[in-house]
Design a protein around this ligand. Structure first.
Ligand code: PMV
Length: 337
């Protein structure tokens, strides 16, 4: 897949014909998922190891087409589950037409071939649907050579995310359009902050789709049944996140690891882990991780672990794979690497 992405980039630079190009990364929640629903803070980081590339060229068969892993054919006939892309297209073209009409340019009516390539696993809490939309919208504006502000990009992608997910906290849109970690609280505007640690984050895919909606609903149900217990857990998770921010600011990698582990235990108490996720988390702990936890909605999805050195990260990734993870990535948290 990396080859395909490189190829798309290569074509972009060749500029042999009119060409639109857009790319986007994914995101990882470092700490605070679920509690964030109840207005506690969460920390999210851009995750650049997996990406989406969208390219646009003039149509060669007299109709606009889309080619992606889920569909290949006439863009007007895309199945309902890709309505988020249709929404992106409609909102983008509306804006592009407005801008081009100011320049007395009507080339927006051109038919196009859209190609979307992604190596972001779907439904793992990495924000794949938002990433696809970000890359697609960027490629449309690039193709028509209309400037695109981050504000407009986020507006369009959020509208599409509402179609894909019903309701959205906006975190995926924010992170797939941001290059900085953020601390996010529902009732406040997100704050970017500096993360520069001599440590490596290992991300492991359990191979099972995360079930965010079901997990969020089950926490809400547990809160109805045992309000004091759940309010206590949520408040504690919020405190771990605040301490984690401090640990990051003071370069205390070990403390961050400990807090991640506590965070996992509390998520487990909230009922959003599974025996398989716990098994992969334990494998990370046993092989020397400073901390490990599930990331995102849970009931599947991904696990993250923190390592102090490259060697340790290799050993942890291997242990997580042996425990059943289908894929792992390593991300340095040191800015200069
Ligand atoms: O599974 P993800 O990455 O979409 O994360 C969900 C995070 C939750 O806190 C569980 C839900 C939310 O809307 O914030």
């Amino acid at each position: 897949m990396q080859q395909v992405l490189n190829l798309a980039r290569h074509h972009h630079h060749e500029q042999v014909q009119r060409h639109g190009y857009g790319e986007a990364h994914s995101k990882i929640i470092l700490m605070g998922e679920h509690a964030v629903v109840y207005d506690e803070p969460a920390i999210a980081v851009p995750f650049k190891s997996v990406q989406v590339v969208s390219t646009i060229t003039p149509a060669i068969n007299g109709v606009s087409t889309l080619s992606c892993v889920y569909y290949s054919g006439d863009f007007d006939q895309v199945p309902e589950y890709l309505n988020n892309l249709k929404k992106c297209y409609a909102l983008s073209i509306h804006k592009i037409k407005l801008e081009l009409s100011k320049q007395a340019n009507d080339s927006v009516e051109q038919l196009i071939d859209i190609r979307i390539e992604s190596n972001i696993p779907q439904a793992r809490g990495m924000g794949s649907s938002a990433s696809v939309c970000v890359a697609f919208v960027k490629s449309l504006f690039d193709y028509y050579q209309v400037p695109l502000s981050n504000h407009l990009l986020r507006y369009i992608v959020n509208e599409a995310e509402v179609i894909a997910h019903g309701s959205t906290s906006g975190l995926d849109t924010l992170m797939t359009t941001s290059h900085q970690p953020v601390i996010y609280k529902k009732s406040q505007s997100p704050k970017a902050f500096d993360l520069n640690l001599d440590a490596i984050l290992i991300v492991a895919d359990s191979g099972l789709a995360g079930q965010t909606k079901m997990a969020v609903n089950s926490v809400a149900q547990l809160k109805n049944e045992r309000p004091e217990f759940v309010v206590e857990l949520i408040g504690q998770i919020g405190d771990f996140v605040k301490h984690a921010k401090h640990a990051i600011q003071t370069q205390d990698v070990k403390e961050l690891g400990r807090l991640m582990t506590y965070n996992h235990y509390y998520l487990n108490q909230l009922g959003v882990s599974t025996p398989f996720i716990d098994h992969i988390v334990s494998a990370a702990w046993k092989s020397g991780a400073l901390g490990a936890k599930l990331t995102g909605g849970g009931l599947g999805g991904c696990i993250i672990a923190l390592a102090e050195t490259k060697e340790s990260a290799e050993a942890i990734a291997e242990a997580m794979t042996l425990a059943g993870a289908v894929q792992t990535w390593q991300m340095s948290l040191c800015k200069t690497l």
